[in-house]
Design a binder for this molecule. Structure first.
Ligand SMILES: NC(=O)c1ccc[n+]([C@@H]2O[C@H](COP(=O)([O-])OP(=O)(O)OC[C@H]3O[C@@H](n4cnc5c(N)ncnc54)[C@H](O)[C@@H]3O)[C@@H](O)[C@H]2O)c1
Length: 355
């Protein structure tokens, strides 16, 4: 199947995934195309053996490139390492890069695939809940530069995304929980039933993944290049990415979803102030969802740096920081310009509910 690298997601879920993946790999091998697997240090240990078992060992002779795990390695330097490894393996333009990992691997591997020799085919096999419900879908690739989240990247749809929830068996609890922040985001912008996902319940994972990925698929296929409606998916991310960048710059541990949970607290406050979100909904989020996530300590001395990080947000227009805000659960609006005073007020609010 030919997939356009800007539009059209080819997502294959559990029941059909094993056979479909095996068939696609057999096709590549029959065509003598070179296949390479990208893992991080954890997915090499926990997920590569599972992939070999699922594909009946047809990939055991395939070269594997491994990078250190963690957001701090989603950088141009790591991408350069992968480019060099691909070149050392003499991977040609018809080669295929399989990204086996969480959002860091699919963002970075997707970026490498989209630019190596001006673009080679790529397949995502997400191994985290964050990856299955969100990061591997929609074709955004990125690396961070000097702690600025996703400063450089491309839109590049993989040949296919294969979803195997069985990878989640080895995923640590903290990683499972943080992914629930993105699921709550889908609840606020699209489907309020997803606001009921906490406390964590593994029995719900498959249903939750399938709901989230169908929402993301619908939105990203309508607006692949984020000119309009796709901006809804950034709810919680304008402030959340600034928090994540602050933590990265301080070398402090804060997972992406944890930053987004805090970002949503701030942006729900702005939603209450500016787009009419009911105070009850704001309080309800803080009391029943936000409490589950670790918080980042911020003081007033951090505000200038947070503002600076937000000035790099990709939704900004004409030097204005633009937000996606919620009017009521399931109903959100994008391109909302927010004054610096209101942003400072949302930081003050965050400190009052988190410290
Ligand atoms: N492109 C997008 O649309 C999009 C959307 C959301 C998030 N993201 C990005 O995704 C990243 C976060 O993704 P993530 O939370 O998956 O992070 P991650 O890739 O760092 O994975 C989290 C941790 O789990 C480990 N791991 C992965 N799978 C495992 C498994 N099955 N068993 C045991 N350990 C495993 C990893 O090694 C890592 O330590 C961020 O960089 C974020 O910006 C991108």
């Amino acid at each position: 199947m030919k997939v356009d690298h800007l539009t059209g997601n080819n997502i294959i879920t559990a029941k059909k995934a094993k056979n479909a993946l095996k068939e696609m790999l057999m096709e590549f091998l029959a065509e003598k195309r070179q296949v390479v697997v990208l893992t991080d240090t954890n997915t090499k240990i926990h997920c590569l053996p599972v992939l070999h078992r699922m594909t009946e060992n047809i990939l055991t002779k395939t070269p594997v490139i491994t990078i250190p795990s963690g957001e701090q390695f989603k950088t141009l330097e790591t991408a350069a390492f992968v480019f060099k490894e691909l070149a050392a393996l003499n991977i040609q333009r018809n080669g295929i890069l399989i990204n086996l990992g969480g959002g860091v691997i699919t963002d970075l591997g997707g970026f490498v695939a989209s630019t190596y020799k001006r673009g080679i085919d790529t397949i995502h096999i997400p191994t985290t809940l964050m990856g299955m419900a969100d990061a591997a879908i929609g074709g955004k690739t990125a690396v961070d530069i000097e702690s600025i989240k996703n400063l450089t990247g491309t839109f590049y749809i993989p040949r296919a995304v294969y979803i195997f929830p069985e990878f989640l068996k080895t995923l640590p609890d903290r990683e499972i929980l943080q992914a629930h922040a993105e699921v709550l985001k889908y609840g606020f912008i699209h489907s309020p039933q997803l606001l009921e996902v906490l406390p964590v319940n593994p029995e719900n994972f498959e249903h939750m993944i399938s709901l989230c990925l169908s929402i993301k698929q619908e939105i990203t296929e309508t607006d692949p290049l984020e000119k309009g409606v796709r901006k809804l998916l950034n709810f919680g991310h304008t402030v959340g990415h600034a928090f994540e960048s602050l933590a990265l710059s301080r070398q402090q541990s804060l997972l992406h979803g944890e930053a987004i949970a805090s970002g949503m607290a701030c942006e729900l406050f702005l939603s209450h102030k500016l787009t009419g979100l009911n105070k009850k909904e704001l309080d309800n989020y803080i009391k029943t969802r936000f409490i589950h996530f670790p918080k980042l300590y911020i003081g007033t001395e951090d505000y200038p740096l947070l503002m600076q990080f937000m000035s790099n947000d990709k939704k900004n227009m004409n030097d204005q920081i633009m937000f996606t805000l919620v009017q009521s659960p399931g109903n959100a609006v994008y391109n909302m310009s927010v004054s610096q005073e209101d942003v400072v007020e949302c930081f003050d609010y965050y400190r009052s509910v988190s410290n």
